[in-house]
Design a protein. Structure first.
Length: 448
């Protein structure tokens, strides 16, 4: 069986966690391949809400093994907190048993967070992501597999601490890294995670050859990609499909399906241009923020809101070639008289169908909208009822009313991607999927 890629199709927080959780029922591996704890992926079932930052969102499928892959940067202290939270909920300690850390993944150290705190431009999550990747690219970073070789090398540790201090000084951060503390930290990491650190690419390759289903879980979104996103207001890794296999340590030929996750509108956290942005203080923008509870899962910062941007979605499809689109949070739009879709931009009198390359130009773009009739607000349980009706009667999107369906079909047509599932609430069951399609959860195995 093949590998399946799940990616954010916008600026992050599209609902990747929920989609992975749904697919993990029929998979045996869930793999994170890039990013770190800048990600915040939410999984909701019944009264339980999991906020996952590094642990893959397949965690609640107890038959699923998990990998923190080669392309990641990992904060071992945050991972420990996450593992403790999971232990409280489930009684399980998956590390070393069904959760493994790649030898090639980079360690986020206290130095990286201190360095990240100097950011004044991007509005990063402050988790040390950019500085950890910078060290990797500069070939001075420490990877999990390196610890055994360097932990007693005092010259190496001294030199590394000195480099860190020079870098902190250069950006005006008043903090000292001591080599003894660095050594102590590395010893702790080895002790805590020694049994979990593996050559994980080999494990995934073996599983695929064995006919197993592997999920590759993206973090952030296409528009936050370091190469292809709205640079410099991006994250520091390749978030797109091309890196899904590379960052997992397998080849791209394994991938058969690649699902893009998009909200039925748009949000963005942090700085950077956002042509279809609305005000958070009034009207539809305020409605989306309030009903959609649009606060960052990692930092708690309010997310900026706006109408769905088809130009950005098409750009993201150019990069990722989605075989299907998951449209999330349709429920949030209930209660708006009209719903708009951004179908192009106007920049200095010119009409654009394609995103300009630079953020400076994108900031000059005004949205061109088409307007659709809205649909009424429904309660969370009414939406779940609609999702149940769709499953019980085998009618797929036929459960939606005409105005909802018109909006969904229009997005499908404009984006040129088949929609395979529609999110109508945070819960694992609050989805309306095409019958017999990949997100049809009616026959899912029991999950935690
Ligand atoms: P991720 O980073 O892509 O995994 O997304 P986040 O978890 O950061 O943010 C998505 C938020 O929307 C979470 O609070 C989810 O529980 C919630 N969510 C996901 N899908 C839906 C949906 O279809 N409707 C509603 N109302 N909430 C959803
Ligand atoms: P998930 O996986 C939304 C944003 C930050 C900032 C920029 C760079 O939950 O979708 P970084 O700390 O990565 O250097 O910050 O990227 N950002 C996200 N926005 N969801 C995320 O992850 C994000 N991860 C980073 O807000 O603008
Ligand atoms: Mg998130």
């Amino acid at each position: 069986m093949p590998a399946t890629v799940i990616l954010g199709a916008q600026w992050g927080d599209e609902g990747k966690g929920k989609a992975i959780d749904q697919l993990s029922a029929n998979s045996t591996w869930a793999v994170r391949f890039q990013g770190g704890n800048n990600a915040g992926h939410t999984v909701v079932y019944g009264d339980t809400t999991l906020k996952l930052h590094q642990i893959p969102s397949g965690v609640s499928a107890l038959h699923c093994s998990m990998i923190l892959g080669d392309g990641m940067v990992i904060d071992p202290w945050v991972l420990e907190e996450e593992l403790d939270r999971w232990h409280k909920i489930s009684g399980e300690r998956p590390e070393g048993k069904r959760l493994f850390i790649s030898e090639r993944a980079s360690i986020i150290l206290p130095f990286h967070k201190l360095y990240d705190s100097a950011d004044k431009v991007v509005g990063t999550t402050g988790r040390g992501i950019g500085p950890a990747y910078r060290d990797r690219i500069e070939r001075v970073g420490i990877r999990f597999g390196d610890i055994v070789n360097i932990v007693d090398d005092v010259d190496y540790l001294r030199n590394n601490a000195e480099r860190m201090n020079r870098q902190l000084n250069s950006v005006g951060v008043d903090s000292e890294i001591e080599w003894e503390k660095l050594q102590k930290d590395l010893r702790w990491i080895l002790e805590r995670y020694g049994d979990s650190i593996k050559s994980t690419g080999l494990m995934i390759d073996f599983a695929l050859k064995n006919g197993e289903n592997v999920l590759l879980e993206g973090a952030q979104g296409a528009m936050l990609d370091i190469d292809q996103g709205t640079y410099p207001f991006v994250t520091s890794s390749v978030t797109c499909r091309a890196n899904a296999t590379h960052g997992a340590g397998i080849h791209p030929g394994h991938v058969e399906e690649c699902f893009g996750i998009t909200k039925a509108y748009t949000t963005r956290v942090g700085n950077g241009p956002f042509p279809s942005e609305l005000s958070l203080e009034e009207g539809a923008g305020m409605h989306m923020a309030k009903i959609g509870n649009e606060f960052g899962t990692t930092t708690g910062r309010p997310r900026r809101t706006g109408w769905l941007d088809i130009v950005a979605l098409k750009e993201s499809n150019r990069l990722n070639g989605y075989t299907g689109l998951v449209l999330t949070k349709l429920d949030v739009l209930g209660g708006l008289d009209e719903i708009k879709i951004c179908i192009g931009y106007e920049m200095e009198g010119k009409l654009l169908q394609i995103m300009p390359t630079t953020s400076k130009e994108l900031a000059k773009c005004d949205p061109i909208y088409e307007t659709h009739k809205g649909f009424e607000a429904m309660t969370e349980s009414e939406w779940i009822e609609m999702a149940n009706e769709s499953r019980n009667n085998n009618i797929g999107f036929g459960a939606l009313n005409e105005d909802m369906l018109n909006y969904v079909r229009r997005i499908e047509k404009l984006a040129g991607i088949p929609i395979v599932s529609i999110g109508v609430g945070p819960d694992r069951d609050a989805s309306i999927a095409s019958v017999g399609g990949p997100f049809d959860i009616s026959n899912n195995k029991e999950m935690f």
